[in-house]
Design a protein around this ligand. Sequence first.
Ligand code: ITT
Length: 203
Amino acid sequence: MKLLIATRNRHKLSELRQLFDFPGLLLVAADEVSGLPEDVVEDAETFAGNALKKAWELCRASGLWTMADDSGLEVLALGNAPGVYSARYAGEHCSYADNNAKLLRELTGVTDRRARFRCVIALCAPDGREWTEAGDCRGVILDAERGSQGFGYDPLFVPEGFDRTFAELDAETKNSISHRGNAMRRAAARWGGLLAEAALRQA
Ligand code: ITT
């Protein structure tokens, strides 16, 4: 059975593919399916709201079981900003470097550097059912970028219990502790059975 991954973010896609590998399930990317909306307006106030919105729009457009990820960084001293605005913190169409530069500016002179990444994964079935699972990962924000792996805020984020940033860890280590990894492990445990059943029905 095909499971559509409702993301245009290639880094997320690659992490999700490593984390969700089920027999009988073929993960297809939004770019591999024609006729899908190019962009979903992410105007919900929560990660869950945006994840469900992305999953529903592409599920309806494709008729496929669809999974979406909405994620972001919450910084305690900034009142949990950038939160759901993480992708466009420095403005529409900004780069990861722009976002990281803005975050460092906002945190100039701030000693409390605690932050957490959050991720909500939504799953929608063409018959109208929906599910969500969440995960997070706590850590601190550095005062300069370090490392070249990963994406987004990874070069600034050191997860709890580590002395290296997400961008200095290999993909497997990041996935083993990350917000996305934690959400996907819960999703795999809860949804594995129902996806296997749906795949059998379609076979
Ligand atoms: P899609 O909506 O197409 O999935 P997106 O990049 O717009 O892609 P989001 O709206 O969920 O995704 O925004 C997530 C942003 O949060 C992302 O652009 C990064 O800035 C940040 N982010 C999320 N997970 C991250 C991670 O594992 N490492 C670093 N930054 C991350």
